[in-house]
Design a binder for this molecule. Sequence first.
Ligand code: ADP
Ligand code: MG
Length: 233
Amino acid sequence: MIKSQIIDKARSEGKTLLTEIESKQLLKQVGISVIDTKLAPARDEAISASRQFGFPAVLKIVSPDIVHKSDAGGVKLGLRTSKQVGKAYDDILSAVKQKHPQAVIQGVSVQKMARPGVEVIIGMTKDAQFGPVLMFGLGGILVEILKDVSFRIVPLTKRDAGEMIREIKGYPLLEGYRGQEPVDVSKLEELLLKVSDFVEQNPEVKEIDLNPVFAYSDGAVAVDARVILEEDR
Ligand code: ADP
Ligand code: MG
């Protein structure tokens, strides 16, 4: 589906939360780097998709009613065989049905396990005074516990993008820590600028959460994406 169709479809269904599948489709179209991801509406399709992508695979619940997939028991990582994928599918569905009996389930998303990198997050929220604001931080517990994040108002300049990456306390982790390869910061800057452009051109988008983005010495890729639309007015 093209961009306007994804947004129109959600709107016509009265939804503002796009699924991981819809969010990634939308962002991919504007050149934002997301990991290849396929919707599998049933168990067999989850297995065949994981074979196509190659193992190890990742399965995640796809539901317009579930915001935090892991909390719902809806994410299984590092699946190495068809058998493991089949079991993960069953486990995800039973966990989610137990925790969210009312949730509409579209199936699972299938993607490859991303190779290890530094996990960062990029977000956009709208501030009552400043309008759209981008956030950058390191992923996982660093952002949750330490709140080590930086903010800039949209539209971002190239200079803003560079500064917001370098001013977080965890920046040394991106420069290569304890023998880890340094991350290509220019790729992260590009990503921030693309998100800024997308936000400027799509005022109907209320919130974006790329969490996490895996950053590498040769690029960066979002493995999870959430887009929330403004209420239809
Ligand atoms: P949610 O944020 O809705 O709980 P995510 O899609 O972010 O679900 O998955 C939870 C965690 O699993 C991520 O923070 C990341 O650490 C890991 N993860 C998700 N997708 C992948 C992937 N394709 N490759 C490697 N790790 C992944
Ligand atoms: Mg996530």
